[in-house]
Design a protein around this ligand. Structure first.
Ligand code: AMP
Ligand code: MG
Length: 338
């Protein structure tokens, strides 16, 4: 239980929001679309606690919000088309997915991906908080999972009171649609999600039609995807074995709460998601530890049984995807909930 303060978005409120964000807190703030639930995107514990507050059953990559293009360039690498689009449409309802500067955001915020989604919002309060926070801020909608997105501070309070630190009230949002998401990691920008910025406006700047997202299935058949349902997920290059009660020869061990199943002493590497058994800490470590063990030279990763309550559900969801057979790996993630 957190004491949730509701404050007006004046200079003092904005300063308090920035301070709370720098301290790893959770702050609801207005954007031009809906109220977002903001946290420090560089801090995996803050991101894990954001998932816990929303009660999300899975970890999806989050959008990193920054005050301007120069801050954005510190978070991702901008190919020429992304530079052009950012220069033309930021601040505004356009999110660009670009190759990540991996040290600039936590792996949990990116759900382990090597790309990062970035946006410069137009709402003056959001921009003031971002400038004062001085670091990329993850901000999905400020509602509990499965509830509708909030457009007033009262909506946020009704949904998240006692679960977050601060609500910055700047009146109702100009009810808008979500941001348009463009993938700029490939040869040409691809529309991942239609939103507040129209395709026509983007195509006019690019001077070419935009390709729609097409998922390439393992058997090389291309299948178009419904908009808004995108992003394949991170999976280690070696097999992941769940609910392991022993560690086999050649395997590395991903464990929890100090468990050391038989075979642990000979493991190719050991990471404990949370020696004290804290699921928020476990979530914060999940992607980084999977990656470390993947690079430990092991033939596979054995994962001990984990609790299923609280963030355990989201951790289990991601581990299940990481453990999926290689052929199923590249199937798109159709379970995003916001
Ligand atoms: P929202 O914050 O609800 O507006 O939505 C965030 C959207 O951004 C989700 O649909 C994510 O899948 C998408 N997204 C975030 N990061 C990435 C990424 N690296 N690659 C592809 N899509 C992303
Ligand atoms: Mg939402």
């Amino acid at each position: 239980m957190r004491a949730t303060r509701l404050v007006t978005a004046d200079a003092a409120g904005i300063a308090e929001a920035a301070r709370r964000l720098r301290d790893g807190g959770l702050v609801a703030l207005p954007t031009e679309t809906v109220y977002g639930l903001a946290c420090d995107a560089t801090d995996p514990r803050a991101v894990a606690s954001l998932y816990a507050a929303k009660g999300r059953p899975s970890f999806n990559p989050l959008i990193a919000h920054v005050p301007d293009l120069s801050a954005a360039r510190r978070v991702g690498m901008f190919p020429p088309a992304a530079e052009t689009l950012a220069g033309r449409f930021w601040p505004g309802p356009l999110t660009l997915v670009v190759p990540a500067r991996e040290e600039a955001t936590s792996e949990l915020a990116r759900a382990g991906l090597a790309s990062v989604a970035i946006r410069v919002p137009a709402h003056p309060v959001a921009r003031a908080v971002l400038a004062a926070a001085g670091r990329p801020i993850a901000a999905p909608s400020a509602n509990r999972s499965g509830h509708v997105s909030p457009t007033t501070a009262a909506h946020v309070q009704a949904d998240l009171d006692g679960r977050i630190d601060l609500i910055l009230d700047a009146g109702p949002c100009t009810v808008g649609v979500e941001s348009t998401i463009l993938d700029c990691t490939g040869a040409a920008p691809v529309l991942l999600r239609p939103g507040g910025l129209t395709r026509e406006a983007i195509e006019a700047v690019l001077g070419a039609p935009l390709a729609a997202f097409v998922a390439v299935s393992p058997d090389k058949e291309a299948a178009p995807l419904a908009p808004g349902m995108l992003a394949s997920h991170y999976a280690p290059s070696v097999p992941v074995r769940l609910n392991a009660r022993t560690v086999n020869a050649g395997e590395a061990l991903l464990t929890f709460a100090g468990a050391r199943p038989p075979g642990s002493a000979a493991a190719a590497g050991v990471r404990d998601l949370s020696p004290s058994g804290d699921l928020v800490e476990a979530a914060a470590h999940l992607f980084a530890f999977l990656r470390e063990l993947d690079h430990a030279g092991a033939e596979g990763i054995a994962v001990v049984p984990l609790p299923r309550h609280g963030l355990g559900e989201a951790i289990a969801d991601r581990l299940r995807r990481a453990a999926a057979p290689r052929s199923a790996d590249r199937s798109p993630d159709l379970t995003f909930r916001h």
